[in-house]
Design a protein around this ligand. Structure first.
Ligand code: SAH
Length: 349
């Protein structure tokens, strides 16, 4: 992708669109940054590419030049119809625009429709082959979205992890640093453990405020999530795993011994218990790897079942209730940064 191609694309943008605060619109306009992002995504012609929140097409158009087919999901009707006029008028037959809320969207249908198109005779049983030797294409998802929906959307997309090859998102730099943090670092926390349990994570590039119009209040970054095809470690009870991660990081400055001594929500664990899974009772949460957290949550699960062998239904009910709470809490992990983003800084409509 050359600078001049991008310059032409941007020069041909539709008439002025007033950025809408309620849709969290901060449009990328720096060609150098756009080129870096598209290069980092590293597309192939036959990719099953989906962009969420294409806006005025800053990333869409250069990406569309590199693939045979692409689907975009845009909430703002005006932007969706402008894109349709501009790119549709260029008669790109395999460019699909869906006007919808990405948060309420069924990504499995999108996956199936791309792969049925690949081979209309497929039995649509999601078995990752289409019976003519070709493999069903997992989705590659890209989004520079409002930051307040990005984290919840990431968690929603993790439900479809089996159907996703990778995801490239823009978020506040500070949140991207936490998602991709290494064990032992000061910013390693709940978001790092939960994301890295599901995906390989990679920090790709820092994006300055000036690359956007209007500029957001904080620096951004682009990162890659590649869902594990086979998870390196698997929790016996995933809902419980998320609770253990949350509860433990709620006391990130305490030792595990102190956290599990008198917890209202967790069973009591002793130094011998910690030793049985190779963890030191003096350790603090930020020094536990994802594998350590899985071992810890498996141990908690054993203790809970041993403590209440009969009331299995009751345990399930408790876990289910707290699990919902856990999801909310994980999302809230990003909350301190959210209040100071772009979304508030956009001009009034
Ligand atoms: N990706 C473009 C636009 C960024 S602005 C660029 O980089 O320039 C964010 C875009 O996400 C806007 O187009 C906005 O309308 C869209 N958007 C916001 N909420 C959305 C949602 N829930 N579902 C789909 N699109 C959404």
């Amino acid at each position: 992708m050359t600078h001049s191609t991008l310059a032409k694309i941007n020069a041909s943008k539709m008439g002025k669109h007033q950025p809408r605060k309620r849709f969290g619109q901060n449009f990328l306009h720096d060609n150098f940054v756009i080129e870096q992002i598209v290069d980092a995504i590293d597309l192939n012609k036959d990719d099953n590419l989906i962009e969420i929140g294409p806006g005025m097409g800053a990333l869409t158009e250069p990406m569309l030049q590199q693939v045979d087919a692409m689907t975009v999901i845009e909430l703002d009707r005006d932007l969706a119809s402008s894109l349709k006029i501009r790119i549709g008028a260029n008669s790109h037959p395999n460019f699909h625009i869906i006007t919808a809320n990405a948060m309420q969207f069924d990504y499995a249908t999108l996956y199936a429709s791309f792969n049925n198109h690949l081979n209309p005779n497929d039995d649509n049983d999601n078995d990752n082959d289409n019976h003519n030797g070709a493999t069903a294409k997992k989705m590659r998802i890209v989004g520079n979205l409002p930051y307040n929906i990005s984290t919840p959307l990431l968690f929603k997309l993790l439900d479809y992890a089996d159907l996703i090859e990778d995801m490239h998102f823009m978020l506040q730099k500070e949140v991207v640093e936490r998602i991709t943090a290494e064990v032992g670092s000061k910013i390693y926390g709940r978001l790092s453990v939960v994301m890295q349990y599901h995906c390989e994570t990679e920090y790709l590039l820092t994006v300055p405020k000036g690359a956007f119009n209007p500029p957001p209040k904080v620096t951004s970054a682009v990162f890659r999530l590649r869902p594990h095809v086979v998870k390196p470690v698997q929790a016996d009870d995933e809902a419980l795993f998320f609770i253990v991660v949350r509860e433990t990081f709620n006391h990130r400055r305490k030792t595990l011994r102190a956290i599990f001594k008198k917890s209202a929500t967790m069973p009591t664990l002793t130094d011998a218990d910690f030793m049985s899974i190779g963890i030191d009772g003096d350790a603090r949460p930020e020094t536990l790897s994802v594998a350590d957290f899985v071992a810890l949550s498996n141990l908690v699960s054993l203790h809970q079942n041993a403590a209440m062998p009969v009331a299995v239904d009751a345990i399930d009910a408790t876990v289910a209730t707290v699990a919902v709470d856990a999801t909310v809490a994980i999302d809230a992990d990003a909350a301190p940064a959210l209040s100071s983003t772009s979304i508030q800084s956009a001009p009034k409509e």
